[in-house]
Write a protein that binds this ligand. Structure first.
Ligand code: KG4
Ligand code: ZN
Length: 339
């Protein structure tokens, strides 16, 4: 049997539509980024995001279907991210998906954005369980254990800032623009980790994260240098900050894999595009005899192909959503129907 899912993602500042067949074959993957619009404000403005989703979503669905040479009749189900994310932004995608499912008489599938990030890994890899995934995005930093499809156990999470959020805030302090991650990544390439910023591990054995202390250390350093009238080498600040984040992310992921005795490690979310994180994680997983997977760059940041990937497994499990489905700004990984 072939299952074609039309997937819609509007949880933040990307309007995204994809058609994915059998959870693997991406027939089309369209992303309408609002980055240039939000750049002006130095970050995502929620109401502006909702309005752009509203304008963009239907033309993008039309474009996607045309690009894949499909019509709505070819679609077996409609999947949509219904949380976590910006509520006004989510509501646009959820309303459109519900209307389509209703009009077409096809099943509606509600997808958790974070499970989407994890399943971006399944688009191009054959992955075995049990596995551990490090999710690092603008809003999340989590370590997730899975024994089977759709069975998520959260083993660690951030107690304050998410990794991507820390990258964005540091970039803002350095006046590097938005989103900060890719710019810091690039600048760090020509800098040195020579400023001694703290690596925060919390209690021994803890799989939780905390990045606010590191963020304050960087900001204090910038203030002190300014007060003393001393020059700051931005590349070194980026390299020192990035290395402090990356070492903790990698150490805790390896610790998590050891604690759960798993062989398969995945990375997911926008920060998994970071070059330094990828290279250190590669090095350390090889050293520890672990298999490492991460999505291609285009599936690391927000997209709808990843939503279509996880939705396929929900389709097989007949996990269909009711037409009174709502959207939620916060959501646990195991529940798409309520907060
Ligand atoms: O997963 P994503 O597209 O959206 C959320 O669900 O949050 O992640 C966006 C985050 C932003 O904070 C961005 O700065 C960060 O991912 N990011 C990076 C890199 N590319 C994107 N962070 C570090 N290095 C990168 N190369
Ligand atoms: Zn995301």
């Amino acid at each position: 049997m072939s299952v074609k899912i039309l997937a819609i993602e509007t949880s933040c500042d990307e309007t995204a539509v994809a058609v994915v067949e059998n959870g693997r074959d991406v027939l089309i993957n369209e992303v309408l980024s609002q980055i240039d619009i939000h750049k002006e404000f130095g970050g995502v403005v929620p109401e502006v995001a909702s309005r752009y989703h509203m304008e963009g979503i239907i033309p993008l669905i039309e474009k996607a279907l045309k690009g894949a040479s499909l019509t709505l009749d070819d679609i077996d189900a409609v999947a949509v991210t219904n949380g976590p994310g910006l509520i006004g932004a989510l509501l646009v995608g959820v309303s459109v998906a519900k209307a389509l499912a209703f009009a077409l008489g096809k099943p509606l599938i509600a997808v958790n954005h974070l499970s989407g990030h994890i399943y971006a890994n399944f688009l191009e890899n054959e992955i075995n369980f049990p596995s551990v995934t490090l999710i690092v995005s603008g809003g999340h930093t989590d370590l997730i254990y899975m024994e089977n499809h759709l069975e998520f156990q959260v083993l660690g999470q951030t107690r304050d800032d998410a990794a991507g959020e820390a990258f964005d805030k540091i970039a803002r302090s350095l006046k590097l623009g938005y989103p900060g991650g890719p710019i810091v990544d690039k600048m760090a390439n020509s800098g040195e980790d020579n400023l001694g910023f703290p690596r925060v591990y919390l209690e021994k054995g803890s799989l939780d994260f905390s990045f606010s202390g590191l963020k304050s250390a960087v900001i204090n350093y910038l203030h002190n240098q300014k007060q003393k009238g001393l020059q700051v080498k931005i590349e070194d600040v980026c390299a020192s900050f990035q290395q402090a984040v990356v070492e903790v992310l990698v150490d805790k992921t390896i610790e998590c894999a050891k604690q759960k005795n798993v062989k398969h490690v995945m990375m997911a979310g926008g920060v998994s595009a970071n070059s330094s994180l990828r290279s250190l994680m590669k090095e350390r997983t090889i050293k520890n005899n672990l298999n490492l997977y991460y999505p291609p760059l285009k599936y690391c940041t927000d997209n709808a192909a990843m939503i279509g990937a996880v939705a396929y497994y929900q389709f097989i499990a007949q996990d269909f959503a009711p037409l009174d489905l709502n959207a939620f700004s916060t959501m646990t990984l195991d529940n798409v129907y309520k907060k």
